[in-house]
Design a protein around this ligand. Sequence first.
Ligand code: GLC
Length: 568
Amino acid sequence: SVLSGGGGNPGDGSADAWRAHVRSYVDASRRSRLGIPILYGTDAVHGHNNVIDATIFPHNIAMGATRDADLVRAVARASALETAATGARWSFAPCLAVPQDPRWGRTYEGFSQDPSLVATLGAAAVQGWHGDDLPATGVLACAKHYVGEGATVWGSAGGHRHPWIDWWDGWGADWQIDQGDVVIDEDELRRVHLRPFTAAVRAGALTVMACYCSWHGRRVHAHRYLLTDVLKGELGFDGFVVSDWMAIDQLHPDHATAVARALAAGVDMVMVPFDHRRFVATVVELVEQEHLPVERIDDAVARILRVKARIGLLDGRVDGRAEVRDEPPVPVEVVGCEEHRTLARTAVSASTVVLTDDGVLPIPDDATLLAVGEAIDDIGIGCGGWTISWEGAAGAVTTGRTILDGLRSRPGGVVAYDPHGAVGDVRADVGVVTIHELPYVEGGGDRADLSVPPDQIDVVARIRDRVDRLVVVVISGRPLLLGAVLEHADALVAGWLPGSQADGIADVLLGRVSCTGRLPVRWPRTEAQVSGSPTGSDDGDEAPPPLPVGHGLDLAPAAGPPDRPSPA
Ligand code: GLC
């Protein structure tokens, strides 16, 4: 298999460049000794998000707020078609994390803190990726990261502090919780974190990615009980386990020892980004020196071949000769098509959660409107991490529509807009102000302090004095500690990381569609509640309790155009 890691985009990053790039690898593999085609994998985790002009859907935390399995399935199906259109037939999605501590930089990759919701939506995502005809237009899903990553403990991140790994001048040394240690007992591990994987296997998942994290100090990539006895034995998983990126190098300073431990534990395919020749030579040596039974290699290879056969990659082979390789099963015009963008806009509206509202929503058509905030007209901030590049970035990183685009399409448009609130002495009936997090990914998003930065609170306070009613929209990958924002806002809305069609948030604010989003994670209101258990308040009765999972106010659409049809 060959992968494009986050940001590993070919050529100009267009769908055509991807299509040509993937085809060149597949065709070369067809000409190899056995002619078995490679499986091309990529992190299409919220649409085919590495590809310029592809539809970028809301990240999983937003999809969790919809609580809508049919919608999650439809979004995965659309993502699969855009991925297959570029020739890639394997996506490293869905992430089935059940995030416990919002300080974790991968919180937004999880659907929810409710394991049963993660199980339901994760199974729907697998079904969407595979579709009704896996060999025809299916893309292999990858249930990840197995198992327990959402429960790592703050300060335990060991993933990037291995003295024998030169992580590019100490890069990642400041990570705090990502890839850390899980210290819960087996009952909680099974009840909360294994449950989504059981559902994904039942839904037909054929690949599972192991988790960097460790359980009571033992890395999952070397954990035979979890990878073989539980996943393959108890759950009956007959696909293959893929390692995470360079994860086996964390198992031991001696490469051969690390490889032996991972393969013996049950890893079947190893993600080796830099030196695959050394890896292959090491495996051959381990078998020849009888440190690794060849039966383990046969089992791993058989699993991989079975999966390739199930997705049709071995079809059309006659006497070892592959028929001429046809084009990918989906036309490239599907990438970023209007139908998918409309679906994304619907998903954005369905994921929007109204946390508080003093009667200002929906914003009347005849109200004058002020629009402020760096995120209100910034696609890159709205897409977050895993978008075009690994970390993502602010700015016009790809095409789409912003919240401001949506607000400007109302009858009176907006009377003024400025990203930093420099609107002179303009006044308006209503102000819409966004606060936000800049894009981040993995441990790079591990943050001790989730408070809204003071400069953003200053903008909110400044606009407060210029409008009669103030709506604050939070564009973030997780709950933030809102502080003084709570006093200024007449309505507070969680927009999460909406992706390329953020005008779906404006649709809710303007009453074009109903709002039914619900919190997929608890929203802490004090520092002490941030790392507390997801069920209770952890600082006595004096503080307002966190907003619980399931919180959200309904908004009926204003009189006027009916709700857009939900995706069947
Ligand atoms: C990353 C992530 C994983 C991703 C893989 C390939 O480090 O942990 O989610 O699928 O590497 O990019």
